[in-house]
Design a protein around this ligand. Structure first.
Ligand SMILES: *[C@@H]1O[C@H](CO)[C@@H](O)[C@H](O)[C@H]1NC(C)=O
Ligand SMILES: *[C@@H]1O[C@H](CO)[C@@H](O)[C@H](O)[C@H]1NC(C)=O
Ligand SMILES: *[C@@H]1O[C@H](CO)[C@@H](O)[C@H](O)[C@H]1NC(C)=O
Ligand SMILES: *[C@@H]1O[C@H](CO)[C@@H](O)[C@H](O)[C@H]1NC(C)=O
Ligand SMILES: *[C@@H]1O[C@H](CO)[C@@H](O)[C@H](O)[C@H]1NC(C)=O
Length: 193
């Protein structure tokens, strides 16, 4: 679990309610640590993805958003270890925007998962239940004709972004244009650089 946001530039960005209790660094994290200034959430964007099929694209999106100074949460360790689950769900609550990377296979384990045992499915439910601004990224994705939960049926109706490998900047610009700017229920403060 990489539970920290790192920016290599001085932070003049408006962020919300940064609390030191959620500050952390991971000895095992191999990606996502870009500098000395580590700030924990709340996050402007939570990136949700299926590790097996989308980890590289998800990380690329995270890095590109952070290049544009958009605080972005992505977990970089395996999901499922009990106590982290809560914190992932909290990170969703603290992020007004929920980006879900859809590659072929992403939602396969959510098919017929009526009890939300699949963690990605749980994240999607949390995002829908808490009315996040949900933005699907379609990575040459074909949606299976299958038995999906109402939450997944709902996210498939949202305006999304087709990932275009040959037009990365334009694709990221479009994604950014879909982000909701105002943190939902937080007071705005300035992060220390
Ligand atoms: C969901 O949970 C209920 C109650 O624990 C159980 O009876 C049911 O078989 C589960 N459904 C699935 C698809 O696992
Ligand atoms: C995803 O699946 C569809 C249908 O099987 C296929 O046409 C498409 O090429 C696949 N995309 C990738 C990136 O493999
Ligand atoms: C990506 O952009 C190029 C250049 O505009 C276009 O030719 C191509 O069809 C696009 N690909 C997708 C998947 O939209
Ligand atoms: C993409 O955007 C970055 C940063 O905004 C810029 O430095 C780079 O030149 C752009 N690349 C292209 C091909 O436009
Ligand atoms: C924002 O609202 C959610 C749900 O209404 C709540 O759980 C959370 O604590 C709130 N966050 C802040 C920073 O007030």
């Amino acid at each position: 679990m990489k539970w920290a946001l790192a920016l290599s530039v001085p932070l003049i960005f408006l962020a919300i309610n940064a609390t030191s209790s959620t500050l952390g660094d991971s000895a095992t994290g191999t990606v996502g640590h870009f500098g000395e200034n580590i700030h924990a959430g709340p996050w402007k964007v939570f990136v949700s993805y299926r590790r097996a099929v989308s980890r590289h694209l998800a990380m690329l999106i995270r890095v590109l958003l952070q290049r544009e100074i958009v605080p972005t949460f992505i977990d970089v360790e395996d999901l499922g270890a009990g106590h982290w689950d809560e914190q992932l769900l909290e990170a969703i609550q603290e992020s007004p925007n929920f980006v879900i990377v859809l590659s072929n296979g992403t939602l396969d384990r959510a098919i017929g998962d009526s009890n939300y045992t699949d963690f990605l499915h749980k994240e999607i439910k949390a995002a829908v239940d808490s009315s996040r601004n949900i933005i699907p990224i379609f990575d040459e994705y074909t949606h299976p004709d299958a038995d999906f939960s109402p939450e997944i049926q709902e996210i498939m109706t949202y305006q999304g972004v087709e990932w275009n490998h040959s037009m990365v900047n334009a694709t990221v610009d479009r994604l950014i244009s879909y982000l909701r700017d105002t943190p939902i229920n937080s007071t705005v403060t300035k992060l220390d650089p």
